[in-house]
Design a protein around this ligand. Structure first.
Ligand code: NAD
Length: 336
């Protein structure tokens, strides 16, 4: 179905995009890249977990995903070419204590967004999905054909949205690209945006905190069936992730079909390798201790993202581990 609500012709550089969750880590980085590339951007965020300072006030619409009428108002301001939907809660541990919060905010929130899109005639969405949809994968590197098998409520809240998107395409012609990110990391190379979660649950910022405060970081498990006993993850630089969103938007606007893609590098690093990279970049020792394994942590999560590379021409260019740590360290030491 052709877009009903569209601000630009195919070749116009001034596409108008609504970014939900644009006050958060990946959303703020992607917004900057969209602006650098000449897009017009409006951010919808309730600031529950994001940062007001991360968004130009003229661009920010303070609205909750669950407020369908509020979203309709924002979407009716001016025609939109697409929505990039980042807004969600992201803490796996929290999702296993209060799953209702995750199904409410992430799943029902996304349903509210899709409803507003249908009502306003916006028919393209890029959705932030996650490697957590796979749970404990049977094939590594993980292809997109690996079945859904989430082992936490956070992953399930995302699976449910991916499935809703399939139905919205079949019934309403709303086309989507689901990007299943592996471990988002790093910061804008010009230090304009980076990672600041509260509470922080991600490895690299937690290691930095240990370096800065001297309080040891607890690492979960050193008895995994991996070469050095620690978990292996696929770290993808946030700038590479941002570029994946731009190629995804372009494919949808140009008439491409709904798709699901992994976004990773295909190369994994162990927790110990990340520690070593931080020591090398910062020139400081990392105080750390090992705790027990965390429930539901697979030993190895590495993406097969050849589909995204071959179909949309994307490739990671900033995701070498030292580059990730360097950019993130600069962000962690920025002057406020
Ligand atoms: N960070 C990662 O490594 C990672 C990995 C896989 C997937 N993801 C997905 O990427 C997306 C962005 O992650 P992030 O790390 O930038 O998270 P973040 O917490 O930094 O940003 C999320 C933003 O969404 C906003 N938000 C949350 N609920 C909202 C609601 N109901 N209404 C309006 N705004 C709301 C928050 O205020 C925040 O600004 C999420 O959907 C997450 O599930 C992240």
């Amino acid at each position: 179905m052709a877009p009903v609500n569209s601000s630009s012709s195919d070749n116009s550089p001034a596409r108008r995009i609504l970014v939900t969750g644009g006050a958060g880590y990946i959303g703020s980085n992607t917004t900057l890249q969209l602006l650098d590339a000449g897009y017009e951007v409006v951010v919808a965020d309730n600031l529950s977990r994001g940062h007001r300072a991360a968004v130009d006030p003229a661009r920010l619409r303070e609205v909750d995903l669950l407020d369908t009428e509020g979203l309709v108002r924002v979407m009716s301001e001016k025609p939109l070419d697409a929505v990039i939907h980042f807004a969600a809660y992201i803490a796996v541990g929290e999702s296993m204590k209060t799953p209702e919060t995750y199904f409410h905010n992430n799943t029902a929130g996304s349903l509210s967004l899709l409803t507003a899109m249908i009502r306003t005639g916006v028919r393209h969405v890029v959705f932030s999905s996650t490697a957590a949809v796979y749970g404990m994968p049977t094939t590594v590197p993980i292809p997109e054909s690996e079945p859904y098998a989430p082992v936490n409520a956070y992953g399930e809240s995302k699976v449910m949205v991916e499935k809703m998107l399939d139905w919205f395409d079949r019934i309403h012609g709303l086309r989507s690209v689901c990007l299943r990110y592996f471990n988002a990391s790093g910061a804008d190379p010009d230090c304009r945006a980076g990672e600041s979660h509260d509470p922080e649950t991600h490895l690299i910022p937690l290691i930095f905190r240990a370096v800065q405060t001297g309080t040891p970081v607890t690492l979960f498990g050193d008895d995994y069936p991996t070469p050095d006993g620690t978990c292996i993850r696929d770290y993808i630089h946030v700038s590479d992730l941002a570029r994946a969103h731009i190629v995804a938007v372009e494919s949808l606007v140009k008439g491409g079909a709904s798709k699901k893609y992994n976004v990773g590098t295909g190369r994994g690093y162990s927790v110990r390798e990340v520690l070593q990279a931080v020591e090398a970049v910062t020139g400081k020792p990392v105080p750390y201790q090992f705790g027990p394994r965390r429930d539901g942590d697979p030993p190895t999560l590495v993406a097969d993202s050849t589909r995204l590379q071959s179909e949309l021409g994307w490739k990671p260019v900033d995701s070498e581990l030292t580059r990730i740590v360097e950019t993130a360290w600069r962000w962690a030491n920025r002057k406020a």
